[in-house]
Write a protein that binds this ligand. Structure first.
Ligand code: NAD
Ligand code: GLY
Length: 351
């Protein structure tokens, strides 16, 4: 087992390794005095892994109730969120108790938001079961649900007390789900670590999952520690996301988050290179990295559609919208654009 500590306002450990779900009881005991929890999971992950977590918790003296919602991004909404809160209340969860989010980013974001708001906030533990959740969403405390109007429009910052990443769970991921996780991994490498990018381009990643998750978590932790509430540096983690979120929305959430981010990174790289902000060759390198992991780079939507969807993005502030561009491979910065500027950026992103 490897451990990375996230030194956020309340520090916590991210444990990464094989078979960790079977030790959940012991590892959770180290961070709580409570012996009651609610396990939130989805309809796919629950039957695969909840039994093991519950058995380990029970052995360590915990009692747990389980709520499973229908798997998929379309469940990440206020209706499911409300049902989770009702479930907590009906089972008399108290502020002394805690929540475990067992699943991918959808589960982590939604159970985390429920934990952030139930009785004004209860502790929660992330147990990510996708590469995407392990490498990105389970760390850093962003929780949210989607609205009809767009992605993650309601949420809260609420750091977990512990992250338990059992890398064995990746073995049952559906085809394509590893690639979704690699999109956020490539993003971390592109914005923060050129050596990591070289490593990803050269190595057989399937044999190096633990290392890959660890490096992702280290990169994310270093950013979150500096800017937990996304006032500045944390915005860099949104590389590919302004247009990525627009693509997800345009597709009615049939394009997965990782794939949308991959296309979003390629679009941002093309626009920035054409605008002279990124050096020549940036787009080629971004596209090569995405292609290597079977990720798409072509956008199925016209510039006008993307612009309309992107202008509803919550990253839009008073002075406009921040888009992230690469100064070079391994280093990123934000570019503040007014609405006209965003229009030009989206036009410049088109092939
Ligand atoms: P997901 O949670 O929907 O998981 C993808 C699919 O894989 C689901 O059908 C799920 O049931 C299934 N699954 C999960 N683990 C499995 C396993 N081990 N074996 C078999 N099937 C498994 O999606 P995701 O890609 O994990 O996460 C995407 C979400 O994460 C998006 O909503 C995105 O907005 C969010 N996100 C949040 C942050 C953050 O910082 N909070 C960062 C990145 C992404
Ligand atoms: N996934 C972007 C962030 O956590 O800030």
């Amino acid at each position: 087992m490897q451990t990375v500590t996230v030194s956020a306002s309340a520090p916590y450990a991210v444990h990464i390794g094989s078979g960790l779900l079977d030790n959940a009881g012991e590892l959770v005991s180290a961070v709580t005095k409570s012996r009651r929890c609610a396990l939130v999971t989805d309809s796919t992950v629950g039957p695969l892994y909840a039994g093991r977590v519950l058995a380990s918790l029970e052995q360590a003296g915990f009692s747990a109730v389980t709520y499973a919602f229908p798997a998929g991004e379309r469940s990440k909404n206020l209706t499911t969120y409300g049902k989770i809160l009702e479930f907590f209340a009906q089972n008399r969860l108290t502020r002394a108790d805690f929540v475990i989010a067992l699943g991918g980013g959808v589960t982590g974001d939604m159970a985390g938001f429920a934990a952030a708001t139930y009785q004004r906030g209860v502790d929660y533990i992330q147990a990510p079961t996708t590469l995407l959740a392990a490498s990105d969403s389970s760390v850093g405390g962003k929780t949210a649900v989607d609205l009809e109007s767009g992605k993650n429009l309601v949420g809260a910052f609420h750091q977990p007390r512990l992250v338990l990443c059992d890398t064995d769970t990746f073995r049952t991921l559906p085809e394509g789900a590893l690639a979704d996780g690699m999109a956020e991994t490539v993003k971390h490498a592109l914005i923060a670590d050129r050596d990591f990018l070289r490593f990803l381009m050269a190595e057989d990643i399937s044999a190096r999952m633990e290392e890959i998750v660890r490096r992702n978590v280290e990169i994310k932790a270093s950013v979150v520690q500096e800017d937990e509430l996304e006032r500045g540096k944390r915005k860099l983690l949104n590389f590919g996301h302004t247009l990525g979120h627009a693509i997800e929305k345009c597709s009615g959430y049939t394009v997965t988050h990782g794939r949308a981010v991959s296309i979003g990174m390629a679009l941002a790289a093309r626009a920035a290179e054409r605008m002279g902000v990124s050096p020549a060759g940036t787009l080629e390198a971004v596209e090569a990295a995405c292609r290597r992991f079977g990720l798409p780079i072509q956008c199925p939507y016209a510039a006008g559609e993307l612009y309309d969807a992107a202008t509803g993005d919550k990253k839009r502030g008073l002075g406009g919208i921040d888009v992230v561009v690469l100064e070079e491979l391994g280093r990123a910065k934000t570019l503040r654009l007014d609405m006209e500027g965003l229009g030009r950026f989206v036009e410049a992103a088109a092939p």
